[in-house]
Design a protein around this ligand. Structure first.
Ligand code: C5P
Length: 229
């Protein structure tokens, strides 16, 4: 089956609080997004990678990746879901791929073994699959005063990661339907679930964290090669 990768990178990264969007921060001598794209582009089952960028993005052209003619570039949208939708339309029209791996630009610690697990589990079902990790902490639901209202049973809870693997047209239809309904999914699986699919959960990796807070950058720098910046 033909598999293309899509890396939405049109976010401002406002939670991180840096001036540079988090996908452009340096880790081991490369930008976060260069690690994320590089792991996908170098996987033998991935035939190409497309990134979605904010229309006013000044950073991407300055990267070595920005000069790579094999990486497709598409304008992103106001939300992650819209960015992914733009990218999917491009992949369908330009590449005719059957399957897409959608992967956050802000997850530089992905590895080929995790991609292998995902492809193995997901390519056999139109419902697709996603990397995820079982929740390790005990979860508390807060009340309006910031006190514990309840302890949530973590037994069957997983934290979703990316990549998430789905048929291109199925994901396009599912995302479009959810946006048309005025809803904004925070990952691709959510749109597929709403459309009736049961995506398979595949064991992810602790190193595949999304750079969201400053301490996350310290962690991925340690993993991917401290001191190389
Ligand atoms: O904001 P969050 O951490 O959930 O973003 C996850 C991914 O989605 C990031 O790679 C970010 O650049 C991307 N994104 C996007 N378009 C948006 C918002 C986020 O491509 N409008």
């Amino acid at each position: 089956p033909r598999v293309h990768a899509l890396v939405p990178a049109a976010g401002a990264g406002s939670r991180f609080g840096a001036e540079v969007p988090k996908q452009y921060l340096a880790v081991a001598g490369k930008a976060v997004i260069e690690h994320a794209v590089g792991v996908l582009a170098s996987h033998p089952a991935v035939e190409g990678v497309t990134v979605t960028l904010a229309p006013d993005d000044d950073y991407f052209v300055g990267l070595a990746l920005g000069a790579d003619p094999t990486i497709g570039v598409v304008a992103g949208g106001a939300t992650r879901a819209e960015s992914v939708l733009n990218g999917l339309a491009y992949i369908r029209d330009q590449h005719d791929a059957e399957w897409v791996l959608v992967h956050d630009a802000a997850r530089p610690g992905l590895d080929h073994a995790a991609i292998d697990r995902l492809l193995e589990a997901g390519l056999s079902s139109p419902d697709g699959a996603l990397l995820a990790l079982p929740i390790r902490d005990t979860l508390k639901r807060a009340d309006a005063d910031g006190c514990v209202a309840a302890t949530v049973d973590r037994e069957d809870l997983w934290a979703a990661q990316t990549p998430q693997l789905f048929p291109v047209q199925g994901l396009l239809d599912a995302l479009q339907a959810q946006l048309d309904a005025g809803e904004t999914p925070t990952d691709e699986a959510q749109a597929m679930e709403r459309a009736g699919a049961r995506p398979r959960l595949v064991m992810g990796s602790g190193m595949n964290l999304k750079v969201t807070w400053p301490e996350d950058l310290l962690a991925v720098r340690a993993w991917l090669g401290a001191g190389a910046d």
